[in-house]
Design a protein around this ligand. Sequence first.
Ligand code: DP6
Length: 325
Amino acid sequence: MPVTAVAPANIAFIKYWGLADRALGVPANQSLSMTLSRCVSRCTVDTIKGPDEVWWHEDGRARPADPVFAARVVEHLDRLRAFAEVDVSMRIITTNSFPTAAGIASSASGFAALTLAALTRVDAAVDPGRLSILARKSGSGSAARSVLGGYVLWPEDSEDPASAATTFLPREHWALSDVIAVVDSGPKATSSREGHFRASTSPHFGRRVELLGERLQRVRTALRERDFATLAEAVEEEMYEMQAIATTSRPPLRYWRPGTLRVLERIEALRASGVPVCATTDAGPNVHALCPDDAVTAVAAALSDDCETIIIDKVGAGPALSSEH
Ligand code: DP6
């Protein structure tokens, strides 16, 4: 029987940006994210005879996946087979509920779903810690966080960058929403992978890593105390700092587009008018407007004129196996 897993994307308040060890793919710093609920990847895995097959399902039909993506999936399957000590070929059918590669962590949800579905299909024991470490080895570090729901810290041990993600607070703790202003739904010009490699070429990177613990601490306290104003300040500082590292990398990386700035200005004006909202961006032009649930309507209405689409999401429960294939 095929196995289907659904795993959510996540949005980082404190970003994973840069590597401590390139070869092992371990991060330079601890990051903290909110797992989403509507932006998900769905992955169906079955064992087959013959070589592995990787299919992409979109608009009601499946077609062979792009060869570069398929090769990355098969490489990850090899890792999972080695872990589970099995030697079987697999058919993978994968799909996203949101624009692929538009800076909405599609590889995080995709590789989290693939890891869970494939290991379940071959009856391997899958506790969240093991899932997190294996998902990270796909090359999508943020996949390590998409295996858990709520507010997630990764790596859990500040002294061990190779450690798993852990739940910092459950989603029931605070109902935050993420109003995603899709400024440009096309694929990003430079992958986050390349951004991580280049981060250490920024003259400011070392200082960022040194000082980041204090900002992480403020975010942790703000989340624990449901203090939106403190959270907003720290999250926006972090957004600007990550983009500063990217733009001062050699060669520079500029992820924002003119539309990104228009949305950021709207968010600033909204906040000045008393709406609790703050912004964050990833390795792409789209803006995540974070706010308490009861501010969603006002935020979405204010941003809709300045973007292609609005996706309204909120903190979610994490991945699950599905009975629908
Ligand atoms: C800017 O290497 O995990 O989103 O695999 O492309 O999703 P993808 O990226 P990954 O880097 C994530 C970088 C980030 C910040 C973050 O999510 O922490």
